[in-house]
Design a protein around this ligand. Structure first.
Ligand SMILES: NC(=O)c1ccc[n+]([C@@H]2O[C@H](COP(=O)([O-])OP(=O)(O)OC[C@H]3O[C@@H](n4cnc5c(N)ncnc54)[C@H](OP(=O)(O)O)[C@@H]3O)[C@@H](O)[C@H]2O)c1
Length: 217
């Protein structure tokens, strides 16, 4: 299967590399056709790793991952092109963090509380099946839930049930997530994005990004 990864940061790199190892074909996209980080990644990740613009990666992927800086994700997706994504699943792992006033970051006010990045992406691209997941954990944990020797939970939400079934399959089989909590439609992404203010504080306290939450009843 072909995957488009939008983003050349550590998340795009980590998810892309893992998927190539699992025999997917992966094209990483960025603002330019000759992004040095993307070129380096494509050289080192293996024969099935390719790179190009955001639009080329979106057109390539049967499934697309949004791994871009949250404040620019909507602009990036417009650049990727609605036509290149229509009818496809977009896995949104981005968070609308605002680092402009230093650490810890806040959530961008126009993308939180009564809405969210995931919802705004779904509104802007109604032909795309947006699935919000993986945004509440560090990228190393995203692709290998067994990194923690404990029970822990991953959240997922989105409007299209069949799209969520496909992504849950990848999460379980490829990324080894044993416990996935389906919160419902895409409006629930405001809740998972609002975990981030807690996440960054726990990171400060624990001094490791390798931790997660477990919901008990
Ligand atoms: N780091 C983690 O473990 C983690 C965990 C959970 C969720 N997330 C979320 O995952 C996303 C990716 O995080 P990251 O740390 O890998 O990378 P990042 O530095 O947040 O984002 C990198 C991507 O954003 C694009 N970008 C940056 N400025 C831009 C601008 N002005 N206009 C258009 N695009 C721009 C870059 O494009 P170019 O390639 O063209 O430079 C690059 O592809 C973020 O939303 C983050 O909150 C991260």
């Amino acid at each position: 299967m072909k995957i488009g990864i939008l983003g050349t940061g550590m998340v795009g790199n980590t998810i892309g590399s893992k998927l190539v190892q699992l025999n997917y074909q992966v094209k990483m996209g960025s603002r330019s056709a000759d992004n040095p980080k993307a070129i380096e990644w494509a050289k080192s990740a293996g024969e099935d790793a390719f790179q190009g613009t955001f639009a080329e990666a979106a057109a390539f992927g049967e499934i697309i991952f949004n791994c871009t800086k949250g404040e620019f994700s909507l602009a990036v997706l417009h650049e990727a092109g609605a036509g290149n994504m229509a009818g496809k699943i977009l896995v949104d792992v981005a968070n609308p963090l605002d680092f402009s006033k230093g650490m810890p970051p806040t959530l961008l006010p126009e993308l939180t509380n009564t809405t969210s990045l995931g919802e705004e992406i779904q509104k802007a691209f109604p032909q795309v099946k947006v699935v919000k997941t993986l945004n509440t954990v560090n990228c190393k944990l995203m692709v290998n839930a067994r990194l923690l020797d404990a029970e822990h939970d991953l959240f997922i939400c989105g409007n299209d049930d069949a799209a969520k079934v496909s992504i849950k399959h990848i999460l379980r089989e490829d990324f080894k997530w044993a416990s996935i909590i389906d919160l419902g439609d895409i409006t629930n992404s405001r809740a998972t994005e609002m975990i981030l203010p807690l996440w960054v504080r726990l990171y400060g306290k624990l001094q490791t990004p390798n931790f997660n939450l477990k919901v008990v009843t």
